[in-house]
Design a binder for this molecule. Structure first.
Ligand SMILES: [Zn+2]
Length: 128
């Protein structure tokens, strides 16, 4: 198995994940609409609970939107042929790291360094 073949595998994985997220989002929207309909029902008195569900769904969708953005960025990097290269040192990111973290744009060493440098600034920066 060559690296190029593995990258194709990761690309297919990302595209499948993208479809799954979009599909899940549709389901979440339907669920949200159903909850809103229940709220209009005067018999329905668990408003607090549905507000919580509303919040959970919208934050879920926010996380999904962010993941779609990461997937799109990774796919763009594949199109331009720089996917799998560390943006800092330019060396190839090991395949096992890419398989575990397909959005990784840095090798493990640079990601750790980057995380240390940015820590204290914007909290909880993802360790890409
Ligand atoms: Zn590096």
């Amino acid at each position: 198995m060559t690296r190029a073949n593995d990258l194709i595998k990761i690309r297919e994985l990302l595209q499948r994940r993208r479809r799954e997220i979009l599909h899940a989002n549709e389901g979440a929207h339907r669920e949200l609409t159903a909850l809103k309909d229940q709220e209009r029902d005067p018999e329905y008195e668990e408003n607090a609970q549905s507000e919580l569900a509303d919040y959970t769904l919208s934050s879920l969708m926010e996380a999904q939107r962010r993941e779609i953005m990461l997937i799109d960025a990774a796919l763009r990097r594949m199109d331009t042929g720089v996917f799998g290269e560390c943006v800092d040192c330019g060396y190839e990111i090991p395949l096992d790291r890419l398989e575990a973290l397909p959005f990784a744009i840095r090798c493990e060493e640079d990601a750790t360094r980057h995380e240390l440098e940015t820590r204290g600034g914007h909290a909880a920066a993802p360790s890409l």
